[in-house]
Design a protein around this ligand. Structure first.
Ligand SMILES: [Ca+2]
Length: 157
C-alpha cells in the first residue's frame, strides 16, 4: 500500500533563534497501515550551520519508534540511513563538541547540498504519532551566505 508523501513541517533560518537548542514538534496521522520512511532534510549555505539531536517518533502509547534518535549508540549512525550527497566529512557529520543529549549530535554546514537522515517504521491507519527533534542554528564567518535554502524539513514517505 502506498501513501502520498507528506511534509510534516520545516524550520528556516528566518523563523528561528540562533545559538540555542530549540525543540520543534508536530503530529502525524497515518492515512494507511504500512511501512513508512521518515526523512529529515537539512539544507544550508556557506555561512550557516544546523545541528540536530534527540529525534523522536512516539506512537499513541508513547512507544518510541526510532532507534538511536539521540545519536548516542555506537556506532553513531546505528539505524540511520544518511545521504550526504557530495558533502565531505568536515562539512556534515556527527558532532562531538555540541549536543543536546550526551556526547553526539549531527551537524550540516555543507554549502548548497541536501543532507538527508532517514529511518523506516510501521504505522497504523488512523493512529496519531508525535514527532519531535531538537535543533541548534548558528552562523559563522562574515558577510552574507549564499542564497540556498537554509532549513530543516521533516517528511513522511
Ligand atoms: Ca545526542
Amino acid at each position: 500500500m502506498h501513501i502520498p508523501n507528506s511534509t510534516l513541517g520545516s524550520i528556516s533560518d528566518t523563523n528561528t533563534v540562533k545559538n540555542a537548542w530549540t525543540q520543534s514538534s508536530c503530529s502525524y496521522i497515518a492515512s494507511a497501515s504500512t511501512n513508512v520512511t521518515f526523512k529529515i532534510i537539512v539544507e544550508t549555505d556557506n555561512k550557516d550551520q544546523w545541528n540536530i539531536d534527540d529525534i523522536s517518533v512516539l506512537d499513541s502509547s508513547s512507544v518510541e519508534l526510532l532507534i538511536n534518535g539521540n545519536f548516542e549508540s555506537n556506532p553513531s549512525d546505528t539505524d540511520w540511513i544518511i545521504n550526504k550527497n557530495t558533502c565531505s566529512a568536515t562539512e556534515t557529520n556527527f558532532d562531538t563538541t555540541l549536543s543536546h543529549s550526551a556526547n553526539h549530535s549531527y551537524f550540516n554546514k555543507c554549502n548548497g547540498e541536501s543532507v538527508i537522515l532517514s529511518q523506516s517504521f510501521t504505522v497504523t491507519i488512523g493512529h496519531s504519532y508525535s514527532i519531535s527533534l531538537w535543533y541548534y542554528y548558528q552562523t559563522y564567518g562574515s558577510g552574507r551566505g549564499a542564497n540556498n535554502p537554509v532549513r530543516i524539513t521533516g517528511m513522511i514517505e
